[in-house]
Structures are given as C-alpha cells and as structure tokens.
Design a protein around this ligand. Structure first.
Ligand code: 6LW
Length: 538
C-alpha cells in the first residue's frame, strides 16, 4: 500500500514538473524577440573579423598570421550562412612570410568597398618587408592586386572613404589611435600621422574602424587586450579627425565581468549596415573548453545593433551576447558548404592552410589521392614543413586518414605552433614500420604509445572532446588506442599567441613521400544555426 501511494505521488510530481517546464519553455520563447541563430557564426580560428556590404552581399575576412594563404574571404547574403569564396593574399608577391615567427605575419585586416572596388588593408609583422599595405580587386573572387605599401607605422589599419573624397588610414600605435590622410592611388601619406583619440584609458587601444552615420563620424575601437579583459568602446565627432567624444554607455561590448560565461574576450568589432537599414556587428570571442583555457582560437560572432538616429549604438543585450541569439534576421539564404572532408577527387578547397610560404610542388592531388613530399623541416621548426591543414572548428571532432609511407615519417598533426603539437604518425624502423602518438609541449617531446607493423600503409584516426585528443589506429580491422593528450596543453593560455588549433597531414624527410587516400573530418555535438521563428510578445 505504501509503495502505491509513493508511486501516485511520484506520478503527480512528474506531471506537475513536466507542465511547469513546458510553461517555462513557452515563457522562455515569449521572452525572446525574433529568430534564433547560433554564435559563433564562423567557428574556429577566425579572429579580428572585418566586414563590408557590396553588390547585394556581405563580405568578411580575418587575420591569418603565419599561415598561408592569408585573409580568407567569405561571402554571405544573410550574415548567418557564410561561404568561403577564396583567400585574398594567395601569392608570395603579396605575402612573403618565410620563417616568420608564430603569431607574426598577417595581423588585423580591414575590408572595405568603395566605388566598385574592394580594398583590404592590413599589417605584416615580423618580416623584412613588413608594415601596412593594401590590395584591391574589382571581382573579389578573382586574384587581388599587388600590395600598395603605406609608409605609416602602427597596426590594425582601417581604411575610410570620406564623403569629401578624402581617404584616411587610422591605426593603433599601441597607446592611441593615429590617423593620416592618404592618396589611395599610391598609398602616399598626405598628412602627418596624428593622434585622434587615446581611448577611454584602457590598455592597448586598437582595432580602429571609422563610420559616418547621420551627423557624426563614429570611431569604434577595442581596449583591454585580446584576452579575458577585452572590451569595445566608441566615440564620435562632427569632424573625421576629431576631437572625439566618448560614449556614455562605454564599453558597448564586453564579457570581462561575465566570469561564469564560457564565451570570453569579446572585442575587435566591425559594424555593417544592411540594405534594410538595420545595423549589425561582427566581433571576435573565444569559447572556453575548460575552466581557464581555449584552444580553437578566437572565433567570429555576430550581434544586432540598435542604433537610432544621432544616438549611441547599443549591441544586443547592452553589450552582452550569447551562443543562442534572437534577432530580426535578414531573409535567410541557407547554403551547402563542405568543409575539410575530402577524398581528393578534386583540388583542396579554400579552407586549407600551409605553414608560411610552402613549396607547393611538394603537394599533388591526383588519382583521388594526396601525395605529399617531405622536406628537411619538421613541425618543430619555424619554417614551412610539408604540412597542410584546416582549422578545428568545434571541440568534438573526428578526423581520419589512410596513409602509405615511403621514407621517414608521415601522419596527422594537431597543431597550435612549433612548441605545442601532437602527432599520430607512421615511421620507418629497422624491421619495418611503427605507428605512434607523440606530444610536443615546450621543451618536452615524448612518444606516448607505439606499435610495430610490417606494412607501410595504415589507417589512423583522432577524435576529440573538450578535454582530450584520442589517438587510434586500425590494424587488421582491430582498433588500437595509442593514448590521449590534453587539449589544454595546446591552448592559447599555454602556447600564448593569436592562432587556434589546425588539424592536418604532414610528411618528414627530404626523400620521403606519403600518399593520403582521404581526409575525413566530422564535427559532433554541434548546435547547428537552426533558424526558427519565435513570435515576439506584441
Ligand atoms: C590585433 C588586435 C587584436 O592586432 O589582437 O583582438 C591582435 N585584437 O587588434 C592580433 O589578432
């Protein structure tokens, strides 16, 4: 009898609980305004986003540092679905980064469109020919121009085309925001660089962008450094070169005081206006994988901006954003975009990256295989080893390949930089071959596990979650674990720097050759940007 009463009580509790949750869900839905979309809109190592509107589309690009080609170019009709249509700096005459140090190379770019021409301006750091330069294109999917150098110190350059016809370059000098008028045809300075705003007092005022809206010139920058203290501030003036008045609601975007949120470092923003008059902002942030580390790099996020005439802009929830966002989205134009997965029946897609300037003759796609020839470098070198990879975009991924080796060593690498990378590889030994896992963390480089095989051909795969990378090989249909390694030791907090994990294939040895049959890449447990309309509360 007692049990029966308990069962009845439990049944009613469950019933009440269910309906209260359903009501909360509907209440939750009623609290949200608009259509739901998922941030980051561009997951993985896509930092310092810059965006412009042109000819019916939005275009966006990012920093790429020591990776080649530089500055991926994305296009979107709706700000949510992005297709990579190329890479802007895709030849050595534009981007010479041989032996540049990790997190040197291409820093924050600005992408703009004016009178039928696309402009990309950026800074090359750590190379003999470094400094600020821009390239142009009429058709952004075609090759861009040779660089036009700008003899102006500073980094994070912005390009602004004023209604007067004058053109301005605005940079950070690390302590203030500095501006010069330039001759756009030659890049020649037409005025001496002068400080136009020192920011709100935070360290590293950087990432400047100028906009003209209503009666004002708006100057958007970030301060605090591109980590947990990052924040965005804005100022305005009646004149393009100031003096600038700081917004009363600064910072207009930050998560520096949201310590419990896994989305951190929001900053380095760029505004864009849609044809319907709505304003939007793209910015970087990172998703913490654990309590205090992130390894996917700084990613691109999107938020709506409430910016009424002659008033200050308000970003989403007073500068706080979420993974699950609600907004009055533009008409959605979903696209089918493959990423990384390939059986080598076609050339490698735009998403593939090399370390510094590669000897491209070492990489050949033919007969539905990728043939990579080794050189004298390894992933421990600040050089261009025979390596090609893609950004890891989610925490939970699976990557697999089948590789046959002639020579010294080949396999898969989980790469942050020359001092922080893991390999799952095959190498020659006296009797035959060894399949092994290896971890390099700073001065420590160790094999974790290995197994001897007679064949020079092996299937291997790595899967990951927020904590570990798991290394496995398949031999005679048996899966053999070759251990696991922590994600945290490849994080930006450990490695420092500005990049994110790249997953790729490598070959070591001057006279080595490896043939890869396929590169399978799968993202698991991903919240897809479902676009479902929630009725607002009107
Ligand atoms: C870039 C600076 C920044 O120059 O990080 O997050 C630096 N913002 O604007 C490298 O990405």
């Amino acid at each position: 009898m007692f049990l029966n009463n308990v069962k009845i009580a439990v049944f009613f509790f469950v019933l009440v609980f269910f309906f209260s949750c359903a009501n909360q869900k509907s209440q939750h839905e009623k609290d949200e305004q608009g259509t739901m979309y998922i941030n980051p809109v561009l997951p993985g190592f896509y930092p310092d986003p810059s965006i412009c509107k042109a000819e019916g589309y939005f275009y966006m690009t990012h920093s790429t540092f020591q990776f080649f080609p530089g500055c991926p170019l994305f296009r979107s009709a709706d700000l949510i679905h992005w297709e990579q249509i190329g890479n802007i700096l895709d030849r050595k005459s534009q981007l010479a980064i041989d032996s540049v140090f990790s997190s040197g190379g291409v820093f924050a770019p600005t992408l703009r469109y004016h009178n039928g021409t696309f402009y990309l301006i950026t800074t090359l750091i750590g190379t003999p020919n470094g400094g600020n330069f821009f390239v142009t294109a009429q058709n952004p999917a075609e090759p861009w121009s040779e660089p036009v150098n700008i003899d102006m110190p500073g980094y994070d350059p912005d390009l602004f085309f004023d209604e007067s016809g004058r053109v301005y370059v605005t940079v950070s000098n690390g302590e203030a925001i500095v501006q010069s008028e330039i001759e756009i045809e030659t890049g020649k300075l037409l005025s001496d660089p002068r400080v136009i705003w020192e920011g709100t007092g935070g360290r590293f005022p950087e990432g400047p962008h100028l906009y003209k809206k209503d009666e004002y010139y708006y100057l958007l920058i970030s301060e605090g450094g591109t980590e947990y203290g990052h924040y965005v501030v804005i100022a305005r003036s009646k004149s393009v070169d100031g003096p600038f008045e700081s917004a009363p609601n600064n910072p207009i975007l930050t998560h520096r005081d949201r310590g419990n949120h896994t989305l951190q470092a929001t900053g380095h923003a760029d505004f864009v206006r849609a044809d319907d008059g709505s304003w939007w902002v793209v910015f970087l942030g990172f998703r913490k994988a654990g309590w205090s580390y992130h390894h996917l790099g700084r990613e691109t996020f999107l938020a709506p901006v409430n910016w009424k005439k002659n008033l200050w802009p308000v970003i989403y929830n007073n500068g706080e954003v979420e993974y699950e966002m609600y907004a009055d989205l533009l008409e959605q134009v979903p696209i089918r975009q493959s990423y990384a997965e390939t059986d080598f029946s076609d050339t490698l897609g735009h998403e593939w990256l090399y370390l510094r300037n590669p000897d491209i003759s070492n990489f050949c796609v033919r007969n539905n295989e990728l043939q990579i020839d080794g050189n004298r470098y390894t992933l421990d070198d600040v050089q261009s080893p025979s390596f090609v990879g893609v950004r890891q975009r989610q925490f939970d991924v699976v990557l697999e390949t089948k590789v046959r080796l002639t020579g010294k060593e080949a396999g898969l690498s989980v790469f942050m930089d020359e001092d922080h990378h893991y390999e799952l590889g095959i190498k020659k030994n006296n009797e035959g071959y060894t399949v092994f896992s290896r971890a390099t963390i700073g001065s420590l480089s160790n094999e974790l596990k290995s197994i001897s095989i007679s064949d020079n051909r092996v299937t291997m795969y790595i899967y990951s979650d927020k904590e570990y990378y798991y290394f496995n090989t398949i031999i005679q249909n048996d899966t053999i674990s070759l251990g696991k390694m922590e994600c945290r030791y490849l994080s930006s907090e450990v490695a420092s720097g500005f990049t994110g994990v790249i997953l790729g294939m490598y070959v070591y040895g001057n006279r080595s050759r490896a043939i890869f049959d396929y590169f399978h890449y799968m993202e698991r447990n991903v919240i897809t940007p479902s676009v479902s309309k929630f009725e607002s509360d009107e």
